[in-house]
Each structure stands twice: as C-alpha cells, then as structure tokens.
Design a protein around this ligand. Sequence first.
Ligand SMILES: [Zn+2]
Ligand SMILES: [Zn+2]
Length: 375
Amino acid sequence: MKRIIPSSSIIIVVQSSFLLLLLLFSLTPTTSAHFFPNISSIPKSLIPNKTSWDAFNQFLGCHTGQKVDGLAKLKQYFQRFGYINTSLLNFTDDFDDYLGTALKTYQRNFNLNETGELDAPTLQHITRPRCGNPDIVNGTTSMNSGKVANANSLRPHTVAHYSFFPGMPRWPAGKTDLTYAFLPENQVEDVVRRVFANAFDRWSEVTTLNFTETASFSLADIKIGIFSGDHGDGEPFDGVLGTLAHAFSPPSGRLHLDGDENWVIDGDFLSAPSLASAVDLESVAVHEIGHLLGLGHSSVGEAIMYPSIGSATRKVELTKDDIQGIQMLYGSNPNFNWSTTLTPSNERDSNGSWGLKSSRILLIAGLFLLPIILL
Ligand SMILES: [Zn+2]
Ligand SMILES: [Zn+2]
C-alpha cells in the first residue's frame, strides 16, 4: 500500500529545513581573507579605486568657522581614534572647537605643524591606512601630546615617545612563556604562520618573553583571528585600507586582522611601489603584537608602534623607541645587545619619515592564494 504523506507535513519539513539553513547562515557569516605571495599576484579586481577616507581630501584648506558638508564624518574619525572624547553620536558639519582641538592634538602626535587647519600634510596623514587602536584612550593622552616638553633639552627629539595603555597593563611577571593560536575557521596556511612566528621573534629577541604556537585556540594566551566588517567586539573593520587590524591590551590576547585587506606575504614592494592597496602582513603583525604586550602608539615616525603605515610599505624592525618601551614592561633579553641590534635605519629618532629597510625579507616563491571561510 502506498503511503501517503500529507502535504502539510512536507511543507513543515521544507520550512524547518529552510529555517535551519537560515539559522546556520546567520550564525556563520562568511568572508575570505586575501593572502598573496607578493604584490604582483594581487588581481586587479581586488584593487579599489579609492577608500572611504579619500573623501576627506575634499576638506583641504578648511578651518575654524566654516561649515562644509561631510565634516561630521571627519569628527567621527577623530572620535574613533580618541581625539574627540565625547559620547556624542551626532556631529554637525561645522568646523567647531571639537574639530579644531582634535586637529591640533593630532598634528602634534604626528609631528606636523600645529596649524589647526586641514592642510595637505595633515590630510595626507589622516587618509593613510592605520591601526584601529585609538591614539588616545579614554581621554588619557599618549604619543607626543601626552609628553611634557623639555624646553631645556638640546635634542628634544631624543625624548622617548613610546606609550602604554592606561594603568600600564602587562602580562604577569611570572608568565614569560606565552602561547598563541589562530582561529581554526581561518584555516591559516603555513606561510602565514611563518610570518607571525617571525613577528613574535622580533619581540622575544629583546625581552624575557617567549612565544610558542599551540593548536588549542581556546587555551592559547594570544588568539589571532581574521574578520571582515562587524565581528562582535565593537570595533568593526571597514573594507580595503582604512583600519587594517587591532589588538587588545594584556591580558586579553586578542589580535584581529581585517580580512578585506590584500595581505602580502613577501613585502618586497620595490618592484611595484605604487600599488596602493597592498599591505605587508609582517609589518602589521609586529605592530599589533606590540599592543598585545602592552605598548600604545608612539609619535616616532620610524617606530613599529607609530599608528599608520603607508600601503605597499614594509616596516618590520623594532626601533630604539619600541625596544625601550617594551623593556620598560618586561626587562631585557640577556642576549640582547644594543650595538648589534640597531641599524642606521631603526636607530633614528622621530623625523616623520618611514624606514623601508629590511634585512629579513621572507623569500617565498610561487603563486599562493588562500580563500578562507569564517564561521
Ligand atoms: Zn596600533
Ligand atoms: Zn576585532
């Protein structure tokens, strides 16, 4: 006898399956991270014409008292990075005191002339890709604006510019062996792991800390994840360029990379320095590990802990400023030696330019494209 299934049951089963699928998809927003072996392997389709911050260039020459469409967005930018310390959500398009004060503080932090105007050098810095961590945390100034100027110093630029998070959080004194792991869903390939191992080495070479990769993401001290857009920690990523990554102060251990960037494994940009969207993975990894260990942003242009980085730029060597800052927190590696560590490029103090020299560029041959599906 043929069994007849009521049509209502079929509808319920189909509806349930559909709802289950819908639930699964809603719980697993997918994205793919773009890792490339070198700059020439980035497909043209992934290279944007412009990024959201490029729109700020229209404000060239703006100054106090003016009202220009879109200035509210620039105030949101300054609020995001700590320069406007208010919980206000709606800003006006007026060039008011909020913006004027923020601008001057920003200019001081980035070694620019404190004009209080949106001049070309300032806009060039504002539109540069950068770390998502704020320069000023909870109104507590760091970088240049938080330092007491020493008028009597003959070499004021030799004053240390490194900074810490408020309260100087660090990993506990007895905990010198830290483990790190990658979010399993990112399915990170070995070449990416090697870049991070190299980046961690740079910090362990100058401190008492050791870093070891572990398979257990949940038990690892440091958790590295690649995400796109809003990923649940209140610090959404913004697509290509803009903010590149962020990391939390100790002992949080969370380090997040923006999955929409075009990450380059071998950051030899000399062959194509004009490709604006390529970001050197190790350069950003070294910077974010600095945050994981307790360093804030520095005003020294060459320092790893400087907040922004030019795209298609490789900058991986710790400078004197970075080393002095991290050794304040953890002491020195017994094998560390200033004279063998510092090179002419990383010994310099602040002059606002970027060091491009690298003695340890990873040489990785072959085309490598890793699509990564996130939960
Ligand atoms: Zn940063
Ligand atoms: Zn995050």
